[in-house]
Design a protein around this ligand. Structure first.
Ligand code: ADP
Ligand code: MG
Ligand code: ZN
Length: 599
């Protein structure tokens, strides 16, 4: 093909692409207009009231009832002494609900009804949700055509820039930082290492739960070394069409070579590096992507100062080939922060916030065992919002405590009304948890019992946080089961009926019991065997009815715990009644009040 013809061809294809872009845009606009018309039209004929007028009416105390539908900003307003209802559009549903609660606190009670999504609402919603898929499909096809042209055009942009994040921004994780500092050194002065004949790792895998700071620490390495940070997420590699993932990997590393010294960060590497097992379509595509990654990592020499960092929270999923020498031969576990780490994280994230003098970050750190860095950062942010709503000068300790509860059990829902019968049931359920755990040696003290609904829970019993510990004993797990089943046991004992309110407790208890048997080898009858092992077909190893045996052991643990819970409640029925009664009167019992009842 001569050059001229080639160019013509390219031009043709370019105009084809442009026209398809135009076509897609037109379709988007048309459908958008149609949906807008569909969803808004029916409301036009109703009487409406503007948002500002609505706010005025609310402050005058003229509003009796408000009806909202989840996911919609269109609400129904019923005024006092007026039959007909009006409609209004609110800018932000959450802020609006807060406002109503605020008014309620001021004594201006408005009946707030929140309906689940109506079927009618869902039709446009499903249409909407189909949209991105359609657009993506069109885009992917176009990208393909572009690639077919062999054009060097930039198909996608990696995030690449020098980050300002330093090790000092990463709280805790001292040992991990210590291990990673050598990579910073290498990126800064590669000659120093190569002269010595030292082999520096090419790849480092960071293992850890979401939100523990893997991305943060990877950025901090780039920041400390003052090199570019090129990142991609494994899930971005997963494509519908074969070959695209592999070509993205190639491009990523082409770019890295040009920018070396640099850091390449692959987040969620499990999405591409999953173990190669079956031969389904998606897997084959993954294999190509994974193979390309392996080729690239084997390809660059140790003089090229590129360090590949990857993060995952599912290390057991990874293909072993990734872990061979010369690839990700170093693995670092990023743990959930310990007490000291949590305090440091809270300090770092409160630097830009206005904290009142009464805030005791150390005690908040104690109360948040098991929380990740991201969750702690989130708590401080929530606290700032709660302080604003409460019209506090600055963030008070109570705001942070409320934020901790909001993050763990959800927001209090004062507006939710429920019947006396439900209330009694909830009171006994929660009292059941609290009383039972009081008599269990290993369980932590009760911090708060409440029958005010929060999030999806009708009530809750909060325990004092555990100190950080690495091992949990069998006794402790058994007692945990008893505490979990205390709610259901109380319902049965007092009301001689049981409710769906215990479903979450039962779910958690079953999971613990199953793990006791299959993971921690705590069943006397089955012994210390890992039944969760990697073997797909346990029955070939342990016999055909191994499933039945495991089931029987799990059931035994649960039955024992349930019986024990009932026994404790019968024995301490007086306390159960007092606590349930107090809850019915006051809705909430705090730590001191709870302790007093037992004195
Ligand atoms: P991961 O990549 O492990 O899911 P990230 O690095 O994205 O977690 O962390 C999310 C956010 O949580 C960070 O941006 C930061 O605000 C906060 N965070 C997590 N760990 C720490 C830490 N050790 N020090 C300070 N902030 C942290
Ligand atoms: Mg991350
Ligand atoms: Zn419960």
């Amino acid at each position: 093909m001569d050059k001229n013809e080639n160019r013509k061809n390219n031009k043709k294809k370019k105009s084809l692409i442009i026209s398809s872009i135009i076509l897609v845009s037109i379709i988007i606009v048309l459908v958008g207009v149609a949906i807008y018309y569909l969803t808004n039209n029916k409301e036009k004929d109703d009487k409406t009231i503007s948002y500002t007028d609505l706010i005025k009416e609310i402050s005058y105390g003229n509003v009796e009832k408000i009806e909202m539908t989840v996911g919609s900003t269109s609400i129904k307003v019923k005024f006092k002494d007026v039959e007909e209802e009006k409609r209004a559009i609110i800018p932000n549903t959450e802020a609006f609900v807060e406002l109503i609660h605020e008014k309620a606190a001021e004594g201006n009670d408005i009946d707030l009804k929140q309906n689940p999504k109506s079927v009618l609402m869902q039709i446009p919603a499903t249409l909407f949700s189909l949209f991105p898929t359609l657009i993506m499909l069109a885009l992917v096809i176009m990208i393909f055509k572009m690639q077919g042209l062999g054009e060097k055009g930039q198909v996608y942009e990696d995030t690449e820039r020098k980050t300002k994040i330093r090790f000092k921004d990463v709280a805790g994780l001292d040992e991990e930082k210590g291990e990673l500092i050598e990579i910073v050194d290498f990126l800064k002065k590669p000659e120093k290492f190569t002269k010595m004949g030292a082999k520096v790792p090419k790849g480092v895998l960071l293992y850890g739960k979401p939100g523990t700071g893997k991305t943060l620490i990877a950025k901090a390495i780039a920041g400390e070394a003052d090199v570019p940070f090129i990142s991609m997420s494994g899930s971005e590699f997963i494509e519908m069409f074969a070959g695209l993932g592999a070509s993205r990997v190639r491009k990523l590393f082409d770019k890295a070579r040009k920018m070396a010294p640099c850091i390449v960060f692959i987040d969620e590497i499990d999405a591409i590096g999953a173990r190669r097992t079956s031969n389904s379509g998606a897997e084959t595509e993954n294999n190509q992507t994974l193979n390309q990654l392996l080729v690239e990592m084997d390809g660059f020499s140790s003089e090229e100062t590129i360090i590949v960092l990857a993060a995952t929270n599912r290390p057991e999923m990874l293909d072993k080939a990734l872990l061979r020498p010369g690839r990700f031969d170093r693995q670092i576990t990023i743990p959930n922060p310990d007490l000291k780490g949590r305090l440091e994280i809270l300090k770092i994230h409160s630097e830009d916030k206005r904290l009142s003098d009464d805030v005791n970050l150390a005690s908040i750190a104690e109360d948040t065992a098991g929380f990740t860095g991201a969750e702690l950062a989130n708590i401080l942010n929530e606290a700032a919002i709660i302080a604003t709503i409460n019209k506090h000068e600055d963030i008070e300790n109570s705001d942070i405590e409320e934020a901790v509860k909001k993050v763990t059990v959800g927001l209090e829902k004062h507006s939710r009304t429920y019947s006396e019968k439900d209330k009694k049931l909830t009171a006994y359920h929660e009292a059941g948890h609290a009383v039972v755990s009081k008599y269990l040696e290993t369980q932590t003290d009760v911090k708060e019992v409440s029958i005010i609904p929060r999030g999806v829970a009708g009530g809750y019993t909060m325990y004092k946080s555990d100190e950080d510990k690495y091992y949990i004993s069998k006794t402790e797990m058994k007692e945990k089961l008893i505490a979990l089943l205390g709610g259901r046991a109380a319902e049965k004992l007092v009301l001689d009926d049981i409710s769906t309110g215990a479903s979450n407790d039962i779910e958690v208890a079953t999971k613990i019991a199953r793990e006791m048997v299959t993971k921690y080898g705590m069943s006397d009858n089955l012994g210390p065997i890992d039944f969760q092992g990697k073997e797909q077909n346990d029955m070939f190893v342990f016999g055909e009815n191994i499933g039945d045996k495991i089931g029987a052991e799990v059931k035994l643990l649960i039955d024992e715990a349930y019986n024990e819970a009932q026994k404790l409640l019968i024995e301490h029925r007086d306390k159960l009644d007092i606590i349930a009664q107090t809850l019915l009167e006051r809705e909430k019992i705090n730590e001191q009040e709870f302790k007093k009842i037992f004195e």
